[in-house]
Design a protein around this ligand. Structure first.
Ligand SMILES: *Cc1c(COP(=O)(O)O)cnc(C)c1O
Length: 389
């Protein structure tokens, strides 16, 4: 019998129906309507910024971010090799190229290697920071808070300032994570770089079906993004356009989900914390398995749980455990394939990718839905114990 325990599924409540009913009755189902502004305001308030711009996906949000920060065809954008491909694809939509940096033991971008790359491989020219090898300009650095684990933004911003880079925070997975210590104490991930992006895809901490949000402390960047997301219309009556825009605006129907979901985010995070701690206690007793910690100077949103499988001690390797779990109906998955190994990016520059190789081969992500019951969680533990040889 299949246990049927999913990896990460949405946690939706029926109060959304009230909102959807209003969308239907008023006819506001597309890219205008009150839920869009309400949801934008609630997100802005929650993460402590003045304004936010709703878009149709995190990918669209990242595309707009790179664009408003001035990435042009032939430029390069620094990104991590460990991330979901949506961080990287929009770089290429603009005709620019990614440069891939290795991860460290937190799975986030290795900031030592980032600094080393900038120091040894780049130089300042009249046109800006240049990659000596490719002769291309680098204007933007994108960091990702992998699995909700906040990267050290204090250090990121220091490096960015030194090299005159604009910072995009891909906070698609980390809505609700914040710093409890240091310069950015109390600040949420996504709100520290020049632009930050959240995603509301179905497997994220909260969902609108599909959707995303752009935040920034520079209101002019947000205005530009909002303008571009509605086809860059300069004159709403006569339909004049002076620039090429996109159809990227969040819909009222999606926002109708969001405005209910955001009210529950702390409940969702508390559930993630509780389950993480239960897993931690139990996995500590299974030799050969290690639950990856989150950065301790932060309050993460604990979005995804990563377990490292030590084949020597556990008896079977990661892939055997992965198929074993999936066979009994426990959905588990490996880390994403490295970006620097993906076919479309094979010829792009990858700087000293080493650690990422180890993690890509040895990590599994285990069920982490906010609706995961204790009974289901202990089933997962039972199987993790059973499979050990
Ligand atoms: C989910 C995700 C995105 C993209 O979000 P969509 O809303 O699915 O387009 C971008 N980056 C990372 C790291 C993600 O996990």
């Amino acid at each position: 019998m299949s246990l049927n325990i999913p990896l990460s599924v949405p946690n939706l409540t029926l109060d959304i129906l009230e909102n959807i009913k209003e969308c239907i009755e008023t006819g506001w189902v597309s890219t205008g309507g009150r839920f869009i502004t309400e949801f934008e305001n609630k997100i802005a308030e929650y993460v402590g910024v003045e304004e936010a711009v709703g878009v149709q996906s995190g990918t669209a949000g990242l595309h707009m971010s790179y664009r408003v920060l001035g990435v042009e065809a032939g430029d390069e954008v620094i990104v991590p090799t460990v991330t979901f491909i949506a961080t990287v694809n929009p770089v290429t939509y603009l005709g620019a190229h990614p440069i891939f940096i290795d991860c460290d033991d937190t799975l986030n971008m290795d900031l030592d290697k980032l600094e080393e790359f900038l120091e040894t491989q780049c130089e300042f020219t009249e046109r800006g920071l240049k990659n000596k090898k490719s002769n291309r300009l680098i204007k933007v650095l994108c960091v990702v808070h992998i699995f909700g684990n906040p990267i050290d933004m204090e250090r990121v911003m220091g490096i960015a300032e030194k090299y005159n880079l604009k910072v995009v925070e891909d906070a698609a997975e980390s809505l609700g994570s914040y710093y409890v210590d240091g310069k950015y104490k109390g600040r949420y991930t996504g709100t520290i770089g020049h632009v930050g992006v959240y995603s509301f895809n179905a497997n994220k901490i909260l969902t609108t079906g599909g959707g995303g949000m752009i935040v920034s402390n520079d209101i002019s960047l947000l205005e530009k993004a909002r303008f571009l997301s509605v086809q860059a219309k300069t004159d709403p009556l006569y339909y004049k356009h002076d620039e090429i825009g996109y159809n990227y605006r969040l819909t009222n129907v999606a926002a109708a989900f969001g405005t209910s979901q955001i009210d529950q985010i702390e409940r969702f995070i508390n559930s993630k914390i509780k389950n993480y701690n239960l897993y931690k206690e139990e996995i500590a007793n299974i030799e050969g398995l290690d639950l990856l910690p989150f950065n301790n100077r932060t309050r993460p949103n604990y979005w995804f749980y990563s377990v490292i499988v030590d084949k020597e001690k556990y008896g079977i390797d990661r892939d055997e455990l992965l198929s074993g779990l999936n066979e009994v109906g426990i959905q588990a998955r490996p880390l994403w394939g490295l970006m620097s190994d993906q076919k479309p990016f094979k010829d792009e520059i990858a700087y000293k990718v080493e650690k990422a190789r180890y993690y890509v081969d040895n990590i599994i992500n285990i069920p982490c839905s906010t609706s995961l019951t204790e009974e289901q969680l202990f089933k997962v533990i039972e199987k993790l114990k059973e499979f050990k040889e």
